[in-house]
Design a protein around this ligand. Structure first.
Ligand code: SER
Length: 389
């Protein structure tokens, strides 16, 4: 099953069960939202989870593109991506959580052909404020899936305040032999789907109040699901990354992890630029700038002549097409090249300034402040240059 089939199977399953498809097209949250980027499928739905009627009804489904920078240090491993897509389904005060779990199991088994033996689930075991999630426990037992309960791992929130609730996570066995251990003891159990019983709101004071309606919010990372369904160890080995992995290794001779970082950051930068963001020193533009600088640092470590200009424009087009973005590939490439030139100039200045006698020893906080304020040299770049000497 390729990526497009996977998306279609998911959407059709929920549409057949009365869910309306909502758009999940941009990474940019609505202007009233304080966060920089959409981080999960439920994020743009927050007001509707809190009780505002949604114009398309109480059952919704979508594919939402998301960006998470909290995982930036994990990029380069086999499952994390900066920009990814999330398959989501919602009941806004309509059907209950057990129904969502039953449908979830049905779709994995009948729609995606995953045998139940390869699944393990976790449920919320209760804490000082909320009791154990007995409904989910009962439902999973009825469905015959092995389960374990946890405390902190099975509580979902999108920040310190706002809608939250106990969740049930579904794990898939990725090991070679028969399944062993449990999700909390064996990392070969990989989380693929999260069903959140979104029924509380956490206030500024840390207290929980019941939401006006009891919701279900589910989210499943598309790329991870696809790698599981295609029997691949890594998201980079799926059809989604095939054009990248066919093009990048012959172009730039990098180790495996660096190839992954470069592919992830380049692809993410293309999507962010495609959504209208331009590099800058603040906000979204700064996230983009950091992504581009990180990828250039890795790319040019062994060979400073490497440039994003080497990248075939067809690869940029392929990414923009996949995310249904209308910006021309040439424009995206120019934005990246412009940023690369700027980065090159800054590096040069950094080397020149750091060669002064004053900076020969370890740098003080005052030095970092001076280098930043007077020469525009970001701390992480200075640290990188210091390491290289
Ligand atoms: N909110 C949950 C998550 O992001 C499910 O959508 O994992």
């Amino acid at each position: 099953m390729n990526t497009d089939d996977t998306v279609r199977t998911f959407l059709d399953f929920y549409r057949e069960r009365g869910h309306e498809l909502i758009t999940g097209s941009t990474l940019l949250p609505p202007p009233s939202d304080p966060v920089l980027f959409t981080t999960s499928g439920m994020h743009p739905l927050t007001p509707y989870l809190q009780g505002r009627p949604h114009p398309q009804g109480r059952r919704l489904v979508n594919v939402q593109r998301c960006l998470r920078t909290t995982d930036l240090d994990e990029i380069g491993d086999v499952t994390h991506l900066t920009v990814f897509e999330m398959l989501g389904s919602w009941s806004l005060g309509d059907y209950d959580h057990p129904q969502s779990l039953r449908w979830g199991h049905e779709l994995l088994r009948d729609g995606f052909g995953i045998p139940s033996e390869k699944l393990y689930v976790t449920v919320f075991g209760g804490d000082e404020q909320v009791g154990p999630d007995l409904e989910s426990l009962r439902t999973w037992r009825e469905l015959g899936l092995p389960l374990e309960s946890t405390r902190d791992e099975n509580w979902w929130s999108n920040g310190t305040v706002g809608p939250c609730g106990p969740d049930s996570e579904i794990f898939f066995w990725t090991g070679d032999g028969p399944p062993e251990g449990r999700p909390t003891t064996d990392s070969r159990w990989v989380e693929i789907w999260n069903h959140v019983h979104m029924r509380y709101e956490r206030g500024e004071d840390g207290g929980l109040v019941p939401l006006r309606q009891v919701n279900v919010d589910t989210g499943m990372g598309l790329e991870r699901l696809v790698s599981v369904l295609q029997g691949r160890r890594s998201v980079y080995e799926t059809d989604l990354f095939e054009p990248w992995m066919r093009t990048v290794p012959p172009l730039w001779d990098l180790d495996e992890q660096s190839t992954r970082v470069v592919c992830d950051h380049l692809r993410s930068s293309v999507v962010v630029v495609g959504d209208g963001v331009r590099p800058s020193n603040t906000g979204r533009g700064y996230v983009l700038r950091r992504l581009v600088r990180r990828l250039l640092t890795v790319l040019r470590r062994d060979d400073p002549s490497r440039t994003v200009g080497d990248l075939p424009v067809g690869l940029v087009e392929h990414t923009l097409d996949h995310f249904r973005q209308s910006l021309g590939a040439g424009i995206v490439r120019d934005v990246l090249l412009d940023e690369e030139r700027r980065f090159g100039r800054l590096l040069e200045r950094g080397r020149r300034v750091l060669s002064r006698p004053r900076f020969q020893g370890a740098l003080t906080e005052e030095d970092y402040g001076y280098l930043h304020d007077t020469h525009g040299l970001p701390r992480e770049m200075v640290a990188g240059l210091m390491e290289d000497r």
